[in-house]
Each structure stands twice: as structure tokens, then as C-alpha cells.
Design a binder for this molecule. Structure first.
Ligand SMILES: [Zn+2]
Length: 92
């Protein structure tokens, strides 16, 4: 059984093999972007407080990680959501 369905979506005419020069340029661009992101991160990081359980974190990314991973904090988030929902129901 052979037909033309082996074309992968998004991987068609535009994917020509890169020349070495082009590949190097792309690599350069990626490195610059990474450096920019790193510098931006260090310039902007500041102590952040969790709005749910009020713990203090040294950076926003640590706070975000905490809010996703910490069970106690997630419970608080869920409780807040339920309370909001109940208030909404009472008003409606
Ligand atoms: Zn928290």
C-alpha cells in the first residue's frame, strides 16, 4: 500500500537543507536570544510573595513553580476559586 499520505504537516517545501553559513547564523541568533533572556531574568528578578499562602520567593519563576507544585498552596487556590464561585452563585 503506497500513496501520497506520507507528507508530514508543517514539514514540506519550506524545509530546505541549510548551508553551513545559514546554520551558523541561526546558532548565533539562538545564543544571542539566550543571553538576552538570561540578562533580562537577572535584571528583573525580585522577591515575590505568593498571593495565596503569602510565602516569599527570591524570583518570579520560583514563585510560579511553587504555585504549580505546592499542594498546600494549590489547596488554597482551589478554596479561593470555590469561594469566588459560591459568591457568584449567590449573587446570580
Ligand atoms: Zn503559595
Amino acid at each position: 500500500m503506497q500513496n501520497t499520505t506520507d507528507t508530514v504537516i508543517g514539514y514540506s517545501a519550506t524545509t530546505e537543507p541549510l548551508s553551513e553559513e545559514e546554520a551558523a547564523k541561526q546558532q548565533q541568533r539562538i545564543m544571542e536570544l539566550r543571553r538576552y533572556n538570561r540578562e533580562y531574568y537577572h535584571a528583573h528578578k525580585k522577591p515575590s510573595e505568593c498571593e495565596h499562602c503569602h510565602k516569599i520567593f527570591s524570583s518570579v519563576s520560583a514563585l510560579r513553580r511553587h504555585q504549580v507544585k505546592n499542594l498546600k498552596c494549590k489547596l488554597l487556590q482551589a478554596t479561593e476559586t470555590i469561594e469566588k464561585f459560591e459568591r457568584f452563585n449567590m449573587n446570580g
